[in-house]
Design a protein. Sequence first.
Length: 72
Amino acid sequence: MRKWIREGYEVVETAFDHDLHQFEVVQNGKTLFTITPPDLESQTQVVADLDAGEDVNGWEDGNGNTIYVEKK
């Protein structure tokens, strides 16, 4: 599993359902949001966006919530 470090938080890839993974948005050791892609294609896009350095603010978590992480 991988981890992406951003200003004030990190995104940690975790096992979910066989090949499908979740991505936890963690700040100061606390999980604020969990991004749950609906399928492998969406998961691949999440990884590509994170690899490209994108910030998760404004993303949907897969449950209809918009992610906003205050940078501390």
